[in-house]
Design a binder for this molecule. Sequence first.
Ligand code: HEC
Length: 216
Amino acid sequence: MSKRRAFWLGAGAMVAAMAVSGAAFAADKKQPKKKDYRAAALEVMKASFQARGQATLDRLNQDEAQAACSRSAAGEPLASDLKKKMEEAQSATVKYPADSKYLGSWKSGERIAQTGRGLQFSDDPSEPAGGNCYACHQLSQQEVAYGTIGPSLYRYGKLRGNSEPMLKYTWAKLWNAQAFNACSDMPRFGHKGILTEEQLKDVMALLFDPESPVNQ
Ligand code: HEC
């Protein structure tokens, strides 16, 4: 072997050795993998928030469905069989009204739909929470300030009628929106105890009562 060739072989080996030690160096630094970033982010959140009154830190703990939906939003789509299983599990949480009456008063339903207060540290826990429906939905035509994250519910009852299956579907959707859409953005009003059965009946009347401004 010529001296020259030996030199190049030696240099090549050195470069290879440097590459290997570089890799070892990177591995030593324990770069967190994708999964670990999630845990690290939760640590940061837990360290950043303080419990105050009814706003306690257990709100940072995701249930199984929320965790799967966060992974899906981060680019790991839900497998269709898992999505179906999640919806079945959420569906099983729905409690229908004991007296089988679905409709209360649309007037208080309108107030509940307008109210965005509740469950924050500054809210009185003995006061009922609001549904904040207008934040995401159009409902009556009189209210011009509404969000569009959800579909318009204007003329909901007029367009769909108030058959038993339609009442039942809508009740279940309000109780637990994820029963029909595993990763729904809509709050699970009954399941999470945001609205009481009484309040849900009033919101149902807002959607279905022919006298309600929603159906004018
Ligand atoms: C944070 C936003 C948000 C809030 C607040 C919200 N919703 Fe929704 N809602 C949605 C979205 C998004 C959808 C459509 C996607 C889905 O089904 O999850 C939806 C769907 C619905 C549907 C089903 C519509 C259909 O075509 O079958 C009904 C009914 C409904 N919402 C009623 C309400 C009522 C009543 C309230 C208040 C008590 C409310 N929503 C509060 C986001 C919201």
